[in-house]
Design a protein around this ligand. Structure first.
Ligand SMILES: [Zn+2]
Length: 266
C-alpha cells in the first residue's frame, strides 16, 4: 500500500515513477526525482492559492478537519511570510533581463509590489497577494498597464492571445505548482518572436551538490520546482518554445539559471 497517497506524480512529464530524495527535505516535506525525465520537485506542495482566496486560516478551523488543519496552519503561515519576505529582495537584483526583452507591453508574473518596467515598456503584472497586487496595480496604471490578483497559472488565461512583447518570471517559476499550465499560458499571450525571461535556482549547481540539504535554493515548502538547465529546457521545448540559456558560461558554478523561452515566429 502507498504510504503517502497525497504525493503527486511528476508535473513535468506525468510519470508516477518518482524516487524519494529524503536527504533534501525534512518531514513533513517530500522531494522526489522523476525516473523518466529527471525533474526534481516537492511532492506535497501547499496550496497558496486556496489560502489567499478563501482566507484559509480563519475558515479552516470550523471545518471537520479542524485538528489536522490547525497543526498544518502554523507551517503554512510561516511559509507564506517567507514567501512575501522574498519579494523585497527581488527588485534589488541586477536587471539582466532588460537587455534581453523587447520594449512594449510586458507581463511580470509574481511581481509583488515591485514595478520593474518603465517606458518604453508598459508594465502589467500578476500577483497572488491582494495587498501587494493593489500597490503594484496603482503604479502600473500610472504607467499605462495594470496588475491582476491571483495565481499565475490561472490569471494568465485572462490576457488576450499575442498581447505581450515580453514576459518576466524572476524568481517565480520555482514557486508555481502548476507550471506547465503557466508556460502554456505564456506561450499563448506572447507575440510571435516574443520572449519570456526566466530566472530560477539552479539545482545542478556545484554549490548545491556540495552543500546538500543546506543549499539556499532549497526552501520548504516555498520552492516546489528544482530545475536544472536540462529539465528547464525540456519543459520549455515541450510547450513549444525555443530555449536559450543566458548565463551559459560556467553555468555549473552558478546558483541560478537565467534563460529565455522564445515563441517562434508565426
Ligand atoms: Zn518526469
Amino acid at each position: 500500500m502507498n504510504a503517502h497517497p497525497d504525493l503527486r506524480d511528476c508535473p513535468a512529464c506525468g510519470s508516477a515513477t518518482v524516487a524519494a530524495l529524503p536527504d533534501l527535505a525534512p518531514e513533513p516535506w517530500h522531494i522526489g526525482g522523476c525516473a523518466e525525465c529527471d525533474f526534481v520537485f516537492l511532492r506535497n506542495p501547499v496550496d497558496y492559492t486556496a489560502l489567499e482566496e478563501k482566507h484559509a486560516w480563519e475558515t479552516t478551523y470550523s471545518t471537520e478537519h479542524e485538528a489536522r488543519e490547525a497543526k498544518r496552519g502554523m507551517v503554512r503561515r510561516i511559509a507564506r511570510q517567507v514567501r512575501i519576505l522574498g519579494y523585497g529582495l527581488r527588485g534589488k537584483r541586477a536587471q539582466v533581463y532588460l537587455k534581453h526583452l523587447e520594449p512594449g507591453p510586458v507581463l511580470d508574473i509574481g511581481c509583488g509590489d515591485v514595478v520593474r518596467f518603465d517606458a518604453p515598456f508598459t508594465p502589467y503584472g500578476i500577483e497572488l497577494s491582494k495587498a501587494l497586487c493593489a500597490k503594484a496595480d496603482a503604479t502600473m496604471r500610472a504607467r499605462g498597464g495594470y496588475c491582476l490578483q491571483g495565481a499565475g497559472a490561472e490569471r494568465i488565461g485572462d490576457w488576450p492571445e499575442n498581447m505581450f512583447s515580453a514576459v518576466l518570471m524572476h524568481s517565480f517559476l520555482e514557486h508555481e505548482v502548476n507550471f506547465p499550465q503557466l508556460l502554456e499560458g505564456c506561450f499563448r499571450v506572447l507575440k510571435p518572436n516574443g520572449r519570456a525571461f526566466i530566472r530560477v535556482p539552479n539545482f545542478a549547481a556545484l554549490n548545491r551538490r556540495i552543500q546538500g540539504a543546506n543549499w539556499a535554493g532549497l526552501r520548504h515548502p516555498d520552492h516546489v520546482n528544482y530545475f536544472t538547465p536540462a529539465t528547464l529546457q525540456s519543459v520549455c521545448e515541450r510547450t513549444g518554445f525555443q530555449f536559450k540559456l543566458v548565463n551559459r558560461f560556467k553555468i555549473w558554478l552558478d546558483d541560478n539559471i537565467q534563460a529565455l523561452a522564445i515563441k517562434p515566429a508565426a
